[in-house]
Design a binder for this molecule. Structure first.
Ligand code: NAP
Ligand code: MG
Length: 495
């Protein structure tokens, strides 16, 4: 791993991509307007980025539609599409230091995380679909003897993907892989806080021979570019990752336009339930701390509610506090840093506002609770104890490094508390009792349940939520369902 000074030097010589990528070319926004991209570790402007609006969306959708209709990608053999996606993934990997640095500067992630998690997982997500797509068969249905009924998957057409800032490239890659593998054209809108990696990989897609118009990137604001993608009459599907509030807007946009299909990966308030018979309390405590403090707590499935059984509560919370105290918060270019700043000033104020609310509602602040330093938007790892599940800090997705500890007695009580939020993205439980593991895992309303671990998964496992965490799944072959339609061709046969 490079030293801090090497990263700094590399940062000073970066040339940033700041324009939209439409029909195979970098272009200014039609309005020629730009917005600032900020480094949250310093508060300084990194670049002025093209601010796309409905005119740019229209241009990109037209390019995507033309490419789709021409069949340059949509009718290419699956193995050739796969080969080019694998090349795209290889190029991401070949440029991983630059991409990691962009992610760190733009979104405030510690450089070790960007380099060891975000970029390699993004490349492997795209590669996985490249490798899978020519191994999927269509179906012949069982019918009467006078028919042959073929059931085939067809790409839906033009897909827009609107993604958040917490894992800018990775959340995009979870869309890009299956959308493109299935033969669609797409328009990606990164979050305004973190457009740099999406813009950089656009030219890598072109270098991987993904034809012009098939992969377009439009940076811009949600209310303008995002809304225009949601409302465009010639977009066939929107795939969204972000807040529940904005997810609901996409349903409205679809209803008020062309009934485009919508899939939503939204927020969470995941319970992490520790029973007194957890196999290894120290490991559970370390995992619980990283389950909330990893990525500054800006993780949709963060274990933000820690439910601990009464008899071990004090001992367990002390272990969690010990781990939290050891976390190194600070300079994002220092390879030993473990926690960076909150993504921007607005989000930092939101996090600090929840902390104040937690105090005023009577939770006991055991650690942190304040901004750290005068430069950038850092918040100290924060732990609230004696939280009641009805408090705002237990119900609302804070999206910052704030842990709410809630005590419980029985397994039934734990399940009741765990399920008592509007969300249902993920949940975890720690126990050595096989019966209890099955009973509780069954009763938890969540798209993913982890047992004696946290935040585990591979590309082969679907990810997504129930309730107001959304619907549709990223990752695995199931993600292809969102970007394909089934066509039945019924052929009459005389026999
Ligand atoms: P957000 O505010 O909902 O934004 C997500 C995306 O939607 C951004 O590109 C944003 O554009 C756009 N957007 C905002 N307002 C819009 C509008 N009125 N119309 C159309 N698009 C609009 O979410 P965020 O703050 O970036 O990200 C944090 C959220 O993402 C959390 O709730 C987190 O749980 C969720 N998340 C979920 C998953 C999952 O897989 N379930 C994964 C990661 C994150 P701007 O550039 O203008 O903001
Ligand atoms: Mg930024």
């Amino acid at each position: 791993m490079k030293a801090r000074s090497d990263w700094e030097q590399m940062a000073n010589s970066l040339s940033l991509r700041t324009q939209a990528f439409v029909d195979g070319q970098y272009v200014c926004a039609a309005s020629e307007q730009t917005f600032h991209s900020i480094n949250p570790a310093t508060g300084k402007v990194l670049a002025d980025i093209a601010s796309c609006t409905d005119v740019d969306v229209d241009r990109a959708v037209k390019a995507a539609r033309v490419a789709f209709e021409k069949g340059v990608w949509s009718r290419m053999s699956a193995s050739e599409r796969g080969r080019r996606l694998i090349k795209f993934a290889d190029l991401i990997e070949a440029n991983s230091e630059e991409l990691a640095l962009l992610e760190t500067l733009d979104a405030g992630k510690p450089i070790s995380d960007s380099l060891s998690v975000d970029i390699p997982l993004s490349a492997s997500a795209i590669r996985w679909y490249g490798q899978a797509i020519d191994k999927i068969y269509d179906e012949i249905a069982p019918t009467n003897r006078n028919a042959i009924a073929m059931i085939r998957r067809e790409p839906v057409g033009v897909v827009s993907a609107v993604v958040p800032w917490n894992f800018p490239l990775l959340m995009a890659a979870w869309k890009i892989g299956p959308v493109l593998a299935a033969g669609n054209s797409m328009i990606l809108k990164p979050a305004e806080q973190s457009p740099l990696t999406a813009l950089r990989i656009a030219e890598l897609a072109a270098e991987a021979d993904i034809p012009p118009g098939v992969f377009n990137v439009l940076p811009g604001f949600g209310e303008t570019a995002g809304q225009a993608l949601g409302r465009h009459p010639d977009v066939d599907a929107v795939t969204f990752t972000g807040s529940t509030e904005v997810g609901k807007l996409f349903l409205k946009y679809a209803a008020e336009s062309n009934m485009k299909r919508v899939s939503l990966e939204c927020g969470g308030k995941s319970p992490n339930i520790v029973f007194s018979d957890a196999p290894d309390l120290q490991q559970a405590a370390t995992t619980a701390a990283w389950g909330i403090f990893y990525n500054q707590g800006e993780v949709c499935n963060a274990g933000s509610r820690l439910l601990v059984q009464r008899e071990i509560k004090e001992e367990f919370v002390n272990k969690v506090l010990d781990v939290a105290r050891s976390i190194k918060v600070g300079d994002t270019l220092d390879p030993s840093t473990q926690m960076g700043p909150i993504v921007d000033e607005r989000q930092m104020s939101r996090v600090l506002g929840f902390i104040e609310q937690g105090k005023s509602e009577g939770a006991k602040l055991r650690m942190g609770g304040v901004k750290k330093g005068d430069v950038g938007y850092f918040v100290e790892p924060t732990v609230f104890d004696e939280v009641d599940n009805s408090m705002a800090i237990a119900q609302e997705e804070i999206f910052g490094p704030v842990l709410s500890v809630i005590e419980f007695g029985s397994a039934d009580e734990a399940v009741k508390i765990a399920n008592d939020t509007p969300y249902g993205l993920a949940a975890a439980l720690w126990s050595s009792d096989i019966n209890r593991v099955h009973q509780v895992a069954d009763a938890l309303r969540a798209g993913v349940v982890w047992v004696n671990c946290f935040d585990k998964g591979e590309m082969s496992t679907p990810f997504g939520g129930v309730k107001q965490s959304g619907f549709g799944r990223d990752k695995s072959l199931h993600a292809l369902d969102k970007y394909t339609d089934l066509k039945t061709t019924w052929i009459h046969v005389d026999r």
